[in-house]
Design a binder for this molecule. Structure first.
Ligand code: ZN
Length: 218
């Protein structure tokens, strides 16, 4: 059973970089000692749902370079969190789903080299793909949530929250010590290894337990 995708308006999307050691290494990054955080604006969100053939539109390759996919487990908050405890974080989870943190990787590398912020590579319209929200009750605790991304029927990313450097409850509490989170905010909890380039015509399938979402790249 799913909740309506727009049941709660999203204020901000907080993303976690390098929350899986294998992904940090594949991009040649160090494994961080505290969560690396950045944000996407609500204007970057596109919703996909399990009933339809969804579309993913990339920024024009000739102008912006390649767009990479990053499949991630996503959480929506149902309560505000400020300098929260683990217990408070646990009780504030209102919805769970999968998402794609789309990234203009060439541009991001250029920005990193210059020591500049990443917004141009992470905040474009359509950069935050979110599937329908699922009810939290189905997840019990979040210590072992497995999920997959298939492209053209080939397994590309095989994620499990057990492999996170900063597990969900700790992560939410930690973020809320950096800045306040509000009901409706979304947390993209980081991507496992296997990121790569989206090509026109690719058929994506996101799988979370018995739930599946499909999308075609334009
Ligand atoms: Zn990401």
């Amino acid at each position: 059973m799913t909740l309506s995708a727009k049941s709660q308006a999203v204020g901000k999307v907080v993303c976690v970089g390098r929350n899986y050691a294998a992904h940090a290494r594949e991009l040649g990054n160090e494994v961080p000692s505290s969560p690396l955080l950045f944000m996407k604006p609500a204007s970057s969100i596109v919703w996909i749902n399990s009933e339809s053939d969804n579309k993913i539109v990339r920024p024009e390759v000739a102008r912006y370079g390649d767009t990479h996919y990053e499949a991630e487990l996503c959480i929506q908050l149902s309560a505000d969190l400020s300098a929260a405890t683990i217990q408070q974080a646990k009780q504030a989870i209102g919805g769970v789903t999968l998402g794609l943190d789309l990234t203009l990787r060439d541009l991001q590398s250029q920005l990193k080299d210059k020591g500049q912020p990443w917004e141009r590579a992470k905040c474009f319209d359509g950069a935050c793909v979110l599937a329908d929200w699922l009810e939290v009750q189905a997840f019990d605790d979040f210590t072992q949530v497995a999920y997959q991304l298939y492209i053209n029927d080939e397994l590309k990313q095989d994620g499990d929250s057990a492999l996170m450097l900063f597990p969900i409850y700790e992560l939410l509490a930690e973020i809320s010590h950096a800045f306040s989170l509000q009901a409706g905010d979304v947390i993209m909890t980081g991507t496992p290894s296997g990121v790569g380039i989206l090509q026109a015509g690719d058929k994506l399938k996101l799988v979370l337990g018995t739930h599946k979402w499909q999308a075609r790249v334009q």
